[in-house]
Design a protein around this ligand. Structure first.
Ligand SMILES: NC(=O)c1ccc[n+]([C@@H]2O[C@H](COP(=O)([O-])OP(=O)(O)OC[C@H]3O[C@@H](n4cnc5c(N)ncnc54)[C@H](OP(=O)(O)O)[C@@H]3O)[C@@H](O)[C@H]2O)c1
Length: 322
């Protein structure tokens, strides 16, 4: 099969399209013919060698797929050849992937594979960060950084669906226009406006109840200052590669909370995943949530696709088609 290998840590030039045998499946795995492989920011961090406990080269890039079951292992009898599935694997930028049953989910029928592949990583992250951890609810004001990205567009729609007032930051007016279309009441182009000052203005000086930061560094620090009394800041990424900092006195004085979020601390709870998928299906059917997946590349352009994300030129999900 054709697959994209990270040959060594480094830039996009380290990605190589190679031919390899089909992966062997374990008894508790299924072999999936990949129809769409999701690209996530974590893939870029893994390629650069910056992802905590990430794989060591050489390895097949990517960890998220949507496609069709071709073969099920002896202990994977609930799945049958022909089932449309999505899930997590080791090596998603490939024509086939071995997926453990614990990481496998049914594909929502109303979505194409190109759309559905936005759900395992970015969808479940948006859901668990905002709902399971953040307890987002009606009447709150929520600040979402990188709101026009793959994760961001889903968080904007979930927060809005839960009745929150949404402030979303991004780097261009084009991205702001998309955020407005998705129901974000207060898009902010941080290149032309200071987001901290804007949040204070929008909330009449009160600040927001919940902020989600995936950028780190100065953006994390300023997001903390955007919180209202008793507010919660969730940190779940470091696209800037810079660490944020917290002064404990700030937390004490304002009753602020800071929480970390990593998706793989949530995915072993099968009933929580089933609840999240049920909600996604409902929101999609009700027209409350749509999937933005307009950046679609063939497998051989994996390097270009990753570079488009790193250069902040993408909106919504970025997908590879093997
Ligand atoms: N903790 C978890 O479990 C978890 C799960 C999923 C994703 N994440 C994190 O969430 C973030 C978003 O992931 P994604 O896959 O959906 O990517 P993405 O949002 O589609 O792309 C990253 C976005 O970050 C913004 N950005 C800000 N500063 C940046 C910088 N210095 N370099 C590059 N981009 C920068 C850009 O948007 P603007 O142009 O609008 O600034 C860019 O479009 C990533 O940090 C990722 O690691 C974490």
């Amino acid at each position: 099969m054709r697959c994209v290998i990270v040959t060594r840590y480094g830039g996009p030039e380290t990605l190589e399209l190679q031919d390899h045998p089909l992966p062997d499946i374990q008894p508790d795995e299924v072999l999936v013919r990949v129809k769409a492989a999701g690209i996530n920011y974590a893939d870029i961090m893994q390629r650069r060698g910056l992802y905590p406990d990430g794989p060591t080269p050489p390895f097949v890039a990517g960890f998220e797929i949507c496609g069709m079951v071709e073969k099920a292992g002896a202990d994977a009898a609930l799945w049958n050849p022909g089932d449309e599935v999505m899930g997590f694997c080791s090596g998603g930028y490939a024509e086939h992937a071995a997926v453990p049953v614990t990481q496998l989910m049914p594909k929502p029928k109303s979505l194409s594979c190109t759309q559905a592949v936005a759900l395992p990583c970015q969808g479940l992250t948006a859901y668990h960060a905002l709902i399971t951890l953040g307890n987002v609810h009606k009447g709150q004001t929520v600040l979402i950084q990188a709101a026009a990205g793959g994760l961001g567009v889903l968080m904007v729609q979930i927060a809005r669906t839960m009745g929150a007032s949404v402030i979303g930051t991004c780097s261009s007016d084009e991205k702001c226009a998309l955020l407005t279309e998705l129901g974000c009441q207060h898009p902010i182009n941080y290149q032309t406006h200071d987001f901290e000052a804007e949040v204070k203005k929008i909330t009449a000086g009160r600040g927001c109840d919940l902020a989600v930061d995936s950028v780190g560094g100065e953006v994390f620090d300023k997001s903390l200052q955007c919180l209202a009394s008793h507010g919660l800041l969730i940190t779940l990424g470091m696209a800037s590669t810079q660490l944020g900092s917290v002064q404990s006195l700030d937390l004490l004085v304002h009753n602020w909370k800071v929480a970390g979020f990593h998706l793989f601390g949530y995915t072993s709870n099968a009933s929580a995943t089933a609840t999240a998928l049920r909600d996604f299906n409902q929101w999609i059917d009700d027209g409350k949530l749509s999937i933005t997946a307009k950046h679609v590349y063939p497998l051989e352009q994996a390097a270009e696709a990753q570079e488009m994300i790193a250069a902040r030129k993408t909106i919504g999900k970025v997908v590879l088609i093997p």
